[in-house]
Design a protein around this ligand. Sequence first.
Ligand code: HSE
Length: 311
Amino acid sequence: MPSSESLRVWAPATVANLNVGFDALGCALCEPGEWMDFRRVSEPGVHLVNGPGTLLPLEVHQNVAGVAARSLMKALDVSWGVEITVHKSIKPGSGIGSSAASAVAAVVGIDALAESGMRKDELLPFALDGEAVASGARHADNVAPALMGGLTLVDPEGRVSALPIPHSWHMVVLHPQVEIKTSASRAVLPVHVTLDEAVKQASWLGKFVHELHVGRELEAMYCLEDLWVGPHRSPLLPCWDATRSAAMNAGARAGGISGSGPSSFWVCLSASDAQRVAAALSEVMNVAKLSHNLHVTTLSTQGAHVVSQSV
Ligand code: HSE
């Protein structure tokens, strides 16, 4: 079969931390997601193009997708070049894994064009090369679920475990249109935590993983306790107290800050509860006259993948 000359990749938004697994846990969402187009060209190297409405730097070394693609192409020692058109619909700085989506889309696209057949875990380090452009660090808590789908846990040595996916969870993601830099959001965190807090947080994470493995998705939801990150970060989020009260009163069972913010996530037991939570959150944002995006969604079993290709 002739190899593809062009293809399109979809990559999901992700929620990192999920309260109970700072820098370790993350999940992929069915929505929002975004697309990236790839076309093989004869001129070697990575050639970046912004899709309509996308305004990213086109110098490869400053672009998450560019760096991830170049890193993998170098490792594969390909002789051809690639034109990558980036269609950014997961807004940068939203706290739902915008840079991770770009990084993983890039490596999945190059892997498919090169027909290298690499496993997702083999692609991870190349995606992290791209992620590091945006965050300055090789955190995989967004990149792993964006690449592999579902719910993932990254251990301190960077190995990824796929956890059972709680299919009954309905998620509401609120993105107030304010900028909170990850560096600022990390700067407010304590350098040390007490032994008592460490023990309690470890217990919640352990119980969360256990409940997922025995199929108790509701009990797992109730383990999403955030003892040492959320309390320090929540003052950075606009209308946090009103947002939390509105979500919980409207039927959310758990929730917190998505990644380093400003987005928040709210976990519900049904689609109708999620719609009520979204309406309540919209009301809070409207009263405060804050522009915002809302996503009502579920966890995506699929990570980034090729959606169409042509020869
Ligand atoms: N876990 C990171 C943080 C964000 O909360 O700062 C995503 O890597």
